[in-house]
Design a protein. Structure first.
Length: 220
């Protein structure tokens, strides 16, 4: 109905212009310009229709990729929690030793048991793969997360292994408790991971998926 009214109004306006416009050439140029404007508008309108359908398809595809990533990340978080538990156990062992709650023989045993658990988790970390079907950009970001996680797990395992091996050396066994603590600290300073910093990658993935309905702190 609106289109009919606008068309009628345009026709009436053209009649009035034709009747009162002194220069007929100007009227012709005006009509030609008007036709070109409507032709361009019609072309743009038709060309936008397929694009809208494509965008809807893309949104559905992104939603599917989003679900795949969230399922993968939920399982990945379990491994991060295990890495955190292992690292906390290591610090508890060292703190107990500093407090004279653990002797040389006991700390060797505790570090040996922890090393075995850490190696198992380290191997498992290397089995993690980027999930298929999440898109090229998200795959690259996820691969970077896995790369950092492997490096973090390696540094944990290396630190704990070196501390365990230290407790078997004559230098350690013949040192005072304070000197032994310094020897542990030297290894920790050199080998311990600074942290697992994947917040940038997670933020980029959130931006990629445009997860407006999911709070970003669920992934951090």
């Amino acid at each position: 109905m609106t289109e009919i009214f606008l068309a009628a109004a345009m026709i009436v306006s053209l009649i009035i212009l034709y009747k009162y416009l002194p220069n007929r050439k100007i009227f012709i140029y005006f009509c030609m310009s008007l036709v070109m404007v409507f032709a361009i508008a019609g072309f743009l309108t038709r060309s936008q229709q397929p694009q809208q359908t494509m965008n809807q398809t893309q949104r559905l595809e992104i939603m599917n990729r989003q679900k795949i990533f969230i399922d993968w990340y939920t399982e990945y978080q379990k491994d991060i929690e295990q890495l955190d538990r292992n690292w906390q156990s290591f610090h508890n062992i060292i703190e107990n030793f500093k407090s004279d709650e653990t002797n040389d023989e006991t700390i060797f045993e505790r570090l040996s048991n922890l090393e075995s658990e850490v190696r198992i988790e380290q191997v498992h970390i290397y089995t993690l793969k980027v999930p298929s079907g999440i898109g090229e950009e998200c795959s690259a970001l996820t691969e970077e997360i896995l790369k950092k996680t492997r490096q973090y797990a390696d540094a944990q395992a290396q630190t704990i292994s070196l501390c365990k091996s230290l407790t078997e050396t004559e230098k350690f066994l013949n040192s005072s408790r304070q000197e032994q603590i310094h020897q542990f600290q030297d290894i920790i300073i050199r080998e311990a991971p600074a942290g697992l910093f994947t917040a940038n990658e997670i933020s980029e993935i959130l931006r990629y998926f445009k997860l407006s309905a999911i709070k970003s702190d669920e992934f951090l």
